[in-house]
Design a protein around this ligand. Structure first.
Ligand SMILES: [Zn+2]
Length: 143
């Protein structure tokens, strides 16, 4: 039985075979049904690339979400940055001059946030020298 390119392109190679076998007009309907099956299989194969595209889109979304997570800063307070809160406190309370812990006025005195939430509450800030400030920070910074 020669399987020519002509029959294969039409998608009825099985039908062609049956036609020749029952060619004398005995049972034309049954071979005809069987001949359609290769067509459906061929369509299913065509759908497979679409499924692949879907998977790629899903993967892309995953990567995008990962990048968004990285964009979120560790900063959880009300201010955009650590220096932003310093500028804000200085604006309302003036320059920190005296440490409330060791009462020193020497060296660098900074504004310290009591509970490290960095909210816009002036009463939450205390003036402390660098030494006392670092001690206070160590209690909150677990890193
Ligand atoms: Zn101090």
């Amino acid at each position: 039985m020669p399987k020519g390119k002509k029959g294969f392109q039409k998608g009825h190679p099985v039908y062609g075979g049956f036609k020749t076998r029952f060619g004398k007009g005995n049972k034309p309907s049954k071979p005809f049904e069987k001949g359609h099956k290769p067509w459906n299989t061929g369509l299913d194969a065509d759908k497979q690339p679409f499924a692949g595209k879907k998977h790629t889109e899903k993967t892309k979304r995953k990567i995008r979400q990962a990048h968004l997570g990285k964009k979120n800063p560790a900063w959880k307070g009300d201010f955009a940055s650590y220096s932003a809160f310093h500028a804000w406190v200085k604006q309302y309370k003036g320059k920190a001059k005296k440490c409330i812990i060791c009462k020193t006025v020497k060296g660098k005195i900074e504004w310290s946030n009591i509970d490290h939430t960095y909210k816009r509450k002036l009463e939450d800030y205390q003036s402390k020298c660098v030494k006392c400030h670092r001690k206070h920070d160590l209690k909150y910074n677990t890193k």
